[in-house]
Design a protein around this ligand. Structure first.
Ligand code: MG
Length: 253
């Protein structure tokens, strides 16, 4: 596989309520690396945390070599996310005004070996849209996410829950961080969606699924740009309560 094998699009929007956009993303189709980060912290520190996380990930996994043939090993993915955590903690130590800043980080790597790998901390999400069905690849590291995993809440109850934004895991909160790593095969026509919770908090999964389906089956590059716009517009139409970031990666059929 080469970067010719996939098309991609990325959008980040402030939404309709927040004064600033603390989300960030990494969009490196040339290297097969993509990520979303949702920062938190007062005095613009959330913006710094999410930027530091995606920059550290890019440095660790790409550096000067944007080859797409090497899928990072699970250990290397974990180490890259842990380095992002350390970068945030170092910055917060040097800049006390930013103490307590943190971020989510959900990273997707694609390789020449037809595999995908995800590194993930927090409640941003990775989805796979395959054969017309949307499947969440990540677990939400939030209080409500745990309740869903235990069967105490449905996904829809969790989405509307007053504690829906309370995180159980994030970068920047402690020197040690547990990183989820997932992987699987890539198939022609697969569509990956990375998003911050500003998308999935505003839109139930079936609505996200139907917006993806509207982009063609499978969507081409032009359609991916339009689909990214449609997702952001739909989140804003539903209230736009939060910053919303989407990264779409479509594997050529
Ligand atoms: Mg958010």
């Amino acid at each position: 596989m080469t970067s010719e094998t996939w098309k991609s699009a990325a959008r980040s929007d402030r939404g309709r309520v927040r004064d600033s956009n603390e989300d960030d993303f990494l969009h490196r189709p040339d290297a097969g690396l993509f990520a979303v980060a949702d920062g938190m912290g007062g005095h613009a520190a959330g913006e710094v945390a999410s930027r530091l996380a995606v920059d550290a990930l890019e440095d660790e996994l790409i550096g000067g070599d944007p080859g797409v043939d090497d899928l990072p090993s699970p250990d290397r993915m974990v180490e890259a996310v842990r380095e992002a955590n350390r970068a945030i903690l170092r910055d917060a130590e040097e800049n006390p005004g930013r103490a307590g800043m943190g971020t989510t980080l959900t990273a997707l790597a694609l390789s020449g070996r037809d595999r995908w790998r995800i590194g993930h901390v927090g409640d941003s999400r990775a989805y796979l849209f395959r054969d017309g069905e949307l499947r969440q690849l990540t677990v939400d590291h939030s209080w409500v996410g745990l309740q869903v995993a235990r069967g105490e809440l449905t996904k829809e109850e969790a989405r509307r829950h007053p504690m829906s934004s309370a995180l159980e895991r994030a970068l920047g909160t402690s020197p040690e961080v547990e990183v989820d790593v997932e992987g699987g095969d890539v198939r022609p026509g697969d569509l990956f969606l990375l998003c911050s919770d500003g998308l999935n908090a505003m839109l139930p999964d079936p609505e996200i699924e139907s917006l993806l389906r509207g982009g063609g089956d499978p969507p081409g590059a032009a359609e991916l740009d339009e689909t990214a716009d449609r997702l952001v517009e739909a989140a804003n139409r539903a209230g736009g309560d939060d910053n919303v970031t989407v990264v779409l990666v479509g594997i050529e059929p």
